[in-house]
Design a binder for this molecule. Structure first.
Ligand code: KIV
Length: 255
């Protein structure tokens, strides 16, 4: 798709019903993101998400996927301690949960890990820029790659990941001009989130783009619906109907 100049549309999903809807809509890649920790489990970060939880969500998402590429996000501490851990856990996603690729948050330290996973036959998506699993080290969720040296290191890292065999790289929360430079420097597709229009594709967290996540949501999110409002007003109407005896009516009852 990159070679043909066709943009790649990626969305996250956490269950079979949503995965089926997104797949039917024609999304190219479904990512079972560790953002499940924030948007489904109610955690303030992705750090508490476990391998077992990601396995569960990947398994159920896989039942809704027909055509899209299914990518599973490797959670915090599923690949950081050793390359062996990383290969074994990536393998579990493929063998037990029907994932077709894995994503991991990648600094220079994980280039060898990417190499080892892809060598085992598992396609790997890198993730650079703002990497939420390093929130404690980064001291918060903020724009990355603003400084000249940092930007240069990010370009070099993208090249190293391509050389290590990654099939694509997520660029999160970096300046648009840097995303363009990275995208031009490598042959594999870049998938942006908060990285401007110059990437080969875009990814959003499904709950954010549907307007299900509570405010504040990041500046880079475009809300395509306000499902939160629909759910709230529908629930209020239902509660009123039950309390006033309007529901169930004859139409919803058996004779
Ligand atoms: O966990 C996630 O959903 C992600 C995407 C936002 C890229 O990593």
């Amino acid at each position: 798709m990159k070679q043909e100049g066709r943009k790649i549309a990626v969305l996250t999903a956490y269950d079979a019903a949503m995965a089926r809807l997104l797949d039917d809509a024609g999304v190219d890649v479904i990512l079972v993101g560790d953002s499940v920790g924030n948007v489904i489990q109610g955690h303030p970060s992705t750090l508490p998400v476990t391998m077992d939880e990601m396995m569960y969500h990947t398994k159920i998402v896989s039942r809704g996927v027909r055509n899209a590429l299914l990518t599973a996000d490797m959670p915090f501490m599923s690949y950081q301690a050793s390359v062996e851990d990383a290969v074994r856990n990536a393998g579990r996603f493929v063998k037990e949960a029907c994932a077709e690729s894995v994503k991991l948050e990648t600094s220079e330290e994980y280039v060898d890990t990417v190499y080892a996973i892809q060598k085992a036959g598992i396609p790997v998506m890198g993730h650079i820029g703002l990497t939420p699993q390093s929130v404690l080290k980064m001291g918060g969720y903020r724009l990355q790659g603003r400084e000249e040296g940092e930007a240069r290191r990010m370009i070099d890292l993208a090249k190293s990941l391509e050389e290590a065999g990654a099939f694509s790289i997520v660029l999160e929360t970096i300046p648009s001009h840097l995303a363009v430079e990275i995208t031009k420097s490598i042959n594999i597709p870049t998938i942006g989130i908060g990285a401007g229009p110059g990437c080969d594709g875009q990814v959003l967290v499904i709950n954010d783009m549907l307007g299900l996540s509570p405010e504040p949501i990041p500046k880079f999110v475009k809300k395509y619906a306000n499902v939160r409002e629909i759910v709230e007003s529908s629930a209020k109407k239902y509660i009123d109907d039950v309390k006033s005896g309007k529901f169930p009516a004859r139409d919803h009852s058996y004779d």
